[in-house]
Design a protein around this ligand. Structure first.
Ligand SMILES: *Cc1c(COP(=O)(O)O)cnc(C)c1O
Length: 389
């Protein structure tokens, strides 16, 4: 496994991760890495983090036994870790609160972020409103048009949404614009990254703040079942909810860790090692060696790269990664709604779809934990349109 010291210093997970950036940006992120190391185990910092997770996010959230689904599938017991019940409806807020508190400790009052689908932008704008921080969200011109409601939400919350017209007007161009802003304004600006991707220290930092998911679920499953789960299943976009759901089980080698990606953006199954957005990971490249446009029905999973630690966990064989189609996840979206009265996010529906298939192959005393990364209210209109067709 990783030597923790070397990860803290270099951000390398085996051959993946690191920081492939111009010198000026590298310096800015080296300072961020130092500040993070200073506070990650600081009792006062952690007390403040726990306070907001409890009072603002609504943690701890339940680990719900999906009895109806379990009975219907007729195999392993299926439990749902309820990130969908968090304030703002998904796991993203855990990381946002952690990073904003770090910004606060660093004395920074201006927060920038980039967003594609808008979900990370909304989570960031939410926390900035509460902490009284200036909030600037970079978003590609094309994405702004597609996600008009999320743009309105961010503006309601007091954020400024900056349209990026360069390039294709998509997420990649928004990332470039945010990095440029950071280089120019590093003295008073914090770049708040939304997934377990990007250059060091982001993958390590995002995992740290999201690992509250498995810290809770481990305690909860031992409480309910008196043992560890057979498998933990989570969907993988950039990989933040999955790495948070896996974190406290990585050393428990009897627990299977399964990441589920969309077949339409199957980075782990079909990607090759390459550097994108300043870090090395498994990634989907086109014939020109550029990141390939992906096409998942779940906007939050539509990313051609994946977190470096997932790339590493796959390479060393500690975690498994499978692909599920949009059609299968649409089925699972409806199934969970019907039998449990829980409408899952389309992203999370990928994990549900695989858990259903997996449960059938396991025994009745096996236990599966599915990380229900978010609620599906945001997707109802899209599903309505898709089912009509
Ligand atoms: C953003 C998002 C994801 C994908 O991001 P990860 O970093 O891979 O977790 C998954 N589920 C939901 C509900 C999301 O909003």
């Amino acid at each position: 496994m990783n030597n923790e010291n070397s990860v803290a210093e270099t951000g390398m997970f085996g051959e993946f991760g690191g920081s492939y950036l111009p010198e000026d940006l590298k310096k800015v992120l080296a300072v961020l890495a130092e500040e993070f190391e200073k506070y990650r185990d600081d009792p006062d910092f952690n007390e403040e983090f726990r306070y907001y997770l409890k009072e603002y996010v609504g943690r701890e959230n339940p680990l719900t036994f999906a009895k109806n689904l379990t009975d219907k599938v007729g195999g392993a017991k299926i439990y749902l870790k309820r990130e969908d019940l968090n304030h703002t409806g998904a796991h993203k807020i855990n990381n946002v609160i952690g990073q904003i508190l770090l910004a606060k400790r660093m004395g920074v009052k201006r927060v920038i972020a980039e967003t594609g689908a808008g979900q990370h932008g909304v989570a960031t704008a939410t926390a900035c409103a509460m902490f009284g921080m200036e909030c600037i969200i970079y978003m590609g011109k094309v994405d702004i048009k597609r996600q008009a409601l999320n743009v309105f939400r961010m503006e309601l919350l007091g954020a400024e949404v900056v349209s990026v017209d360069k390039g294709q007007g998509r997420l990649k161009d928004a990332v470039d614009a945010a990095l440029n802003d950071l280089v120019e304004n590093f003295e008073n600006t914090f770049y708040l990254l939304g997934s377990a991707v990007g250059p060091h220290p982001f993958p390590t930092m995002v995992k740290h703040f999201q690992s509250v998911i498995s810290e809770e679920s481990k305690r909860q499953i031992i409480d309910k079942e008196g043992k560890l789960p057979t498998a933990v299943v989570a969907c993988v976009g950039g990989g933040s909810n999955a790495i948070g759901a896996f974190a406290h089980y990585i050393e428990e080698t009897d627990v299977r860790l399964i990441g589920v990606e969309p077949a339409e953006a199957a980075t782990m199954s079909e990607g090759v090692p390459a550097v994108i957005h300043g870090f090395r990971c498994l990634t989907l490249l086109d014939e020109h060696g550029e990141p390939q446009p992906t096409n998942s029905i779940a906007a939050g999973l539509d990313y051609p790269g994946v977190g470096p630690e997932h790339s590493h966990l796959k390479t060393i064989g500690r975690a498994e990664y499978v692909a599920v189609t949009g059609e299968e996840s649409l089925e699972a979206f409806q199934e969970l709604s019907r039998v449990e009265g829980i409408i899952p996010a389309l992203e999370s529906s990928h994990a549900i779809a695989h858990a259903i298939n997996l449960a059938k192959t396991l025994a009745k005393d096996d236990v599966i934990i599915v990380n229900l990364s978010g609620r599906g209210d945001k997707d109802v209109d899209q599903v309505f349109q898709m089912l009509k067709e």
